[in-house]
Design a binder for this molecule. Structure first.
Ligand SMILES: Cc1cc2nc3c(=O)[nH]c(=O)nc-3n(C[C@H](O)[C@H](O)[C@H](O)COP(=O)(O)O)c2cc1C
Length: 434
């Protein structure tokens, strides 16, 4: 059933509709809670607004930031967010998600260094502080498209994703996985040398490390038990740890719930259908906190391709879910809150704040105030209005919010430079796809 589109004129309207769905979304009018600084492993985020990683598909063929990449990040830096979680950066050429995905190498290290320096300088000059900046290191696994068409490298065949099983040559062997773990060591060394404050061993949205979390049916050392399914992620951490020093930190953007039933989804009980069950997620967070010593964690759920309504609630799109977008926002906030409350000493960044448009600052403040997350992480909003953090922090209304139309995601899927087709239409348009 198609749901109604966003038409709410006030929080009272939102709360009325939410109540009819049995939902109560966090809300606070005290936006000052978003102004509090946060210590992240010795680095200071000057406020509680984070920009979530957003691939722009605008790198050069060799993986360096392109002109539009630089434009995006300098606009983000001016916007005043306390933390910028830099988009997915490939750890090997064959696992790039597109021919334009960023990829950090010895050869292009200086290009990344220049961009990070510019981001820090721009933030400092405009806002009086530089954002904390974390590089997301990725192996795109099943979503690898290094030449612009799918060349999947999967952890296991899965009927939810492949109607006919992919050939064995697409299924990564244990030896290949071992080699890919090591690539996170190189990525960490390069990320640190480029000036990033930390690196994310990406474990979300079914990219390789995340896919492995649900590899219940895979045989061998990387499938079956919790220990085996988390082996890749934790070995990637160990490889990264061996290559860093000083105050450079490691972290993850982690899916605690995939939204697929057992045995193809992480974060559900074997007999629990699609109901989120975060016990294994918490067990993993425990290891990341206590053994890997992460100073911050970024929580997300769902999959951008198969259940995008779980991952980023939206208004329009090809895929019309049988649920109200508020239910998606509620599910995300509950999952984030459950993890944060289980680990109050570990700052957690929440995801998917954009759906509430001009009302999202109150959702962000509500989440932070009630201890359900330490930072509110916005994705699509930053494409629509890169100045939105400063607007929130200075009490101005969000007058040009994201309308969750899905245009940016369509551009990304097509391998075109991604940005806001509504608010930044001189640069980004779906016409390019025709
Ligand atoms: C165009 C586009 C690119 C994205 N790129 C990434 C990425 O590189 N890494 C990642 O973890 N998530 C990525 N995401 C997901 C976002 O970070 C975010 O989780 C999602 O948009 C929900 O947040 P929002 O409701 O604030 O937009 C991307 C989403 C979009 C629409």
């Amino acid at each position: 059933m198609p749901h109604e589109t966003f038409h709410y004129k006030s929080w009272a309207d939102i709360e009325h509709t939410a109540a009819s769905l049995g939902i109560s979304l966090p809300r606070s009018e005290n936006l000052d809670v978003l102004k509090a600084p946060l210590d992240i492993g010795g680095h200071t985020a000057h406020n509680r607004i984070a920009l979530q990683p957003m691939e722009g598909t605008d790198g050069t063929q060799t993986g360096s930031p392109g002109e539009l990449t630089v434009r995006r990040y300098l606009r983000f830096a001016e916007g005043g967010a306390g933390l910028i979680w830099f988009e997915a950066v490939a750890t090997a050429p064959e696992v790039r998600a597109s021919a334009r995905q960023l990829m950090i190498t010895e050869d292009n290290l200086d290009d990344f260094k220049r961009l990070v320096e510019q981001v820090k300088e721009t933030g400092l000059k405009k806002n009086g502080y530089a954002p904390v900046i974390v590089m997301q290191a990725t192996n795109s696994g099943c979503y690898s498209k290094p030449h612009g068409y799918p060349e999947p490298l999967i952890a296991y065949n899965n009927p939810l994703f492949e109607e006919t099983p992919l050939p064995q040559s697409c299924v990564l062997s244990d030896a290949q996985l071992k080699a890919y773990e090591e690539r996170f060591g190189l990525a960490a060394r390069l990320a640190r040398a480029a000036g990033f404050d930390g690196m994310d061993v990406k474990c979300c949205h079914r990219y390789l490390a995340c896919e492995l979390l649900s590899a219940y049916t895979r045989a061998g050392a990387y499938g079956g038990s919790f220990e085996n399914r988390t082996r890749f992620l934790l070995n990637a951490y160990r490889a990264a740890q061996a290559n860093i020093s000083g105050d450079f930190f490691l972290t993850s953007r982690l899916n605690v719930y995939d939204g697929f039933a057992y045995p193809y989804g992480f974060g559900v009980k074997p007999d629990g259908g699609l109901t989120p069950w975060l016990e294994e997620g918490k067990k993993l967070v425990d290891i990341l906190k206590n053994e890997m010593r992460i100073p911050i964690l970024n929580i997300t759920i769902g999959n951008p391709y198969k259940n995008p309504h779980v991952n980023r609630p939206y208004d329009r799109g090809n895929y019309v879910p049988d649920e109200h977008p508020f239910a998606g926002v509620d599910r995300m906030m509950r999952c984030v809150g459950e993890i944060q409350r289980a680990y109050p000493g570990l700052p957690v960044i929440g995801s998917a704040f954009s759906y509430l448009r001009q009302f999202s600052p109150q959702l962000a403040a509500g989440m932070v105030e009630q201890g359900s997350c330490a930072m509110a992480g916005f994705g699509r909003m930053a494409f629509a209005d890169p100045d939105f953090p400063n607007k929130i922090l200075s009490g101005q209304p969000l007058d040009a919010p994201c309308v969750t139309c899905g245009g940016c995601a369509q551009l990304l899927r097509a391998g075109s430079p991604a940005g806001c087709i509504v608010r930044d239409r001189k640069i980004y348009s779906l016409e390019a796809l025709k």
